[in-house]
Ligand binder design. Structure first.
Ligand SMILES: C[S@@+](CC[C@H](N)C(=O)[O-])C[C@H]1O[C@@H](n2cnc3c(N)ncnc32)[C@H](O)[C@@H]1O
Length: 248
């Protein structure tokens, strides 16, 4: 698939009523993470349209380390590793924390319908622009057709959502049907499994800290077991690692 041609993100999504007044705040207080993420995503879309510089954004971890926030990757097309793991997906597919929807768009292209859920209304808007079905919401509270999905995706770090992998995987298990599977992206063998806090940073603005986790291939067994899932095969593609988990 080639890169998608985007339309500009509607202004009202960047300045929702509950956030009004925080948009141009200069007092240095942190913004809610979903609000800052949405604005960075909108800036990246604007940049893709030729309408401004690329956003400079990083993710800072509690240990002080930081890494670039890969907005370009999330807005770009799937790569060979994504395609390899999506081959294993059976529809209907539920993409938990779908972001701007590149996996759902690729699945749709392959004739596998799915639904994305994401906290960020901007991410959901971009996903829909790409032809994906997506709804705004928190995966821990508001997910349509819970208990019926054939495949759940937790890709590109999303196994860290909420900062407690066993809780996230238990929730994933509740959302799957009786024969469902979860496709989960993990860190490489030898990498540690741990809980942390992170925040988004961009020039002149930071988000609030939020709970996150990293899970390595060696560390997925225990939280999966606690969540009622069995670890099936692992897959390595393009330097990335994935596991397929089965409802027990
Ligand atoms: C690391 S990004 C990955 C995006 C997407 N999976 C991709 O690979 O392009 C994490 C996404 O999860 C979303 N997210 C985080 N916590 C969430 C929650 N509790 N419910 C729904 N979405 C959430 C964020 O808004 C963000 O879009």
């Amino acid at each position: 698939m080639t890169a998608h041609a985007f339309a500009p993100v509607p202004h009202e999504l960047l300045d929702p009523p509950r956030q009004r007044g925080r948009r141009f705040r200069r007092d240095g207080r942190p913004l809610p993470a979903d609000l800052l993420y949405g604005r960075l995503l909108a800036t990246a879309v604007q940049h893709a349209l030729g309408g401004g510089p690329a956003p400079e954004a990083t993710v800072r971890s509690a240990d002080g380390s930081s890494a670039p926030l890969p907005l370009d990757r999330w807005l770009g097309p799937v790569d060979a590793a994504d395609r390899a793991v999506l081959e294993l997906a059976d529809s209907p597919v539920l993409d938990l924390g779908c972001g701007p929807g590149r996996h759902l768009a690729a699945l749709r292209h392959a004739g596998k319908p799915g639904l994305g859920v994401d906290l960020s209304p901007v991410a959901v808007w971009v996903a829909r622009e790409r032809g994906a079905e997506a709804v705004p919401g928190d995966i821990f509270t508001a997910v349509p057709d819970a208990g019926t999905w054939s495949t759940a995706l937790l890709l590109d770090g999303n196994v860290g959502i909420g900062g407690a992998p066993a809780v996230l995987l238990r929730r994933t298990c509740q959302l799957l049907g009786p024969d469902g599977t979860a496709l989960v992206e993990l860190d490489a063998p030898g990498e540690p499994t741990y809980r942390t806090r992170v925040r988004l940073e961009a020039p002149g603005v930071v988000s609030e800290w939020f709970a996150w986790a990293r899970v390595g291939v060696d560390g997925i067994g225990a939280p999966a077991e606690r969540a009622g899932l069995r670890v099936g095969e692992t897959l390595s593609a393009g330097g990335r690692w994935f596991a397929r988990l089965h409802v027990r």
